[in-house]
Ligand binder design. Structure first.
Ligand SMILES: Nc1nc2c(ncn2[C@@H]2O[C@H](COP(=O)(O)OP(=O)(O)OP(=O)(O)O)[C@@H](O)[C@H]2O)c(=O)[nH]1
Ligand SMILES: [Mg+2]
Ligand SMILES: [Zn+2]
Length: 313
């Protein structure tokens, strides 16, 4: 490390200008041209080294990434809050399970957040019961503040320079919840019907907010992530079908115990996972999502996957 090199985290990047937060200040930086040749560019969430060159700051190096979500681009995410409403819009369990599996595949911890419990308490607890054994789960309502203190407590306890992001269907209540948790964020929100009529998301650019500046007792960051609702399963955020069972954590105790080697765990005789579903040890809907994902992934070629980024994994 030379005298004029500093390290920090990119918290914002617009039009080739990046904001890098170092230990004691925020620097406005440009990226070195070299990144373009390497088919990579700095992303929000990256930890980088910055050099002062004749009075202006330049990003020199990107430190190895823990992970990189491609759509929207966000690096080094530690916790992904997978948000699902219990009503309005109707919950989509398959999409949630897909999101969870992508998060698992990127070594990012998925945390399940059921929103709008004020609208349908029964359905909210039904969804909670699918996930509460294997995941950290939160039952919330931004209308009557159910679960918000618990969620904030979780963030503060786990925030050792961690990055937290929210994902889930449009209208699930992500921005409303984030505003409840951190009132000074004031992210814009919109009614579900207006969203549908406009056909796009309210939130637009990716940005990390340091939790301390939001009044929380923590060193981490919260990401506001436009269009983080679906992720890009088509081109980027998918994985090989052979790996799929590894991304359903409820399966882990049963893998290797099936009668036949090479069991696909779809419906075979003697499949330990199918038997666990029959005995209610694994929630049925989780296995249904597994089967549906298997059928999507089996037709995919790993060469379809875009690798326009470096990854340390
Ligand atoms: N009844 C009820 N409505 C809620 C709750 N949380 C959010 N809403 C409403 O749901 C609508 C959508 O909320 P948003 O926070 O904008 O949803 P979002 O997940 O950020 O959506 P995108 O930005 O499009 O991805 C708004 O009209 C909110 O007022 C809740 O806990 N209960
Ligand atoms: Mg939003
Ligand atoms: Zn099996």
């Amino acid at each position: 490390m030379t005298e004029n090199t500093e390290y920090g985290r990119i918290i914002k990047g617009i039009g080739g200008l990046y904001t890098v937060l170092t230990k004691n200040r925020a620097l406005s930086c440009r990226a070195r041209g070299i990144f373009r040749h390497e088919n990579d560019s700095p992303r929000v969430g990256d930890i980088v080294s910055v050099k002062n060159e004749d009075g202006s700051y330049v990003i020199e190096k990107i430190l190895p990434r823990k992970n990189l979500f491609m759509r929207p681009p966000l690096a080094n995410v530690d916790f992904l809050f997978c948000v699902i409403p219990c009503a309005s819009p109707q919950p989509d369990i398959f999409t949630l399970d897909k999101l969870i599996s992508i998060s698992e595949s990127l070594s990012c911890e998925p945390v399940i957040v059921v929103t709008k419990s004020d609208l349908d308490a029964e359905n909210a607890s039904r969804i909670m019961s699918i996930y509460s054994k294997a995941f950290q789960t939160f039952l919330t309502s931004s209308c009557n503040n159910t679960g918000t203190d618990e969620l904030l407590g979780f963030i503060e306890r786990n925030s050792k320079n961690s990055v937290f992001a929210f994902a889930g269907a449009s209208g699930a209540g992500k921005s409303t919840l984030m505003n409840k948790l951190f009132p000074c964020l004031s992210i814009s929100t919109q009614s579900v019907s207006r969203k549908i009529s406009r056909g796009r998301h309210t939130t637009r650019h990716v940005e990390l907010f340091p939790l301390r500046t939001l009044g929380a007792e923590a060193d981490g960051f919260i990401a506001d992530t436009p269009g983080f609702s679906m992720l890009d399963f088509e081109r980027f955020d998918f994985y090989d079908v052979e790996q799929l069972p590894l991304f359903f954590r409820e399966f882990s105790g049963y893998l290797g115990k099936c009668r036949y080697k090479g069991c696909t765990h779809l419906c075979e005789q003697g499949c330990a996972i199918v038997e666990a579903v029959e005995k209610n040890e694994i929630p049925k809907s989780r296995h249904e999502s597994f089967v549906a994902l298997y059928n999507v992934l089996k037709n995919k070629n790993k060469w379809d996957k875009k690798h326009s980024y470096q990854s340390s994994r």
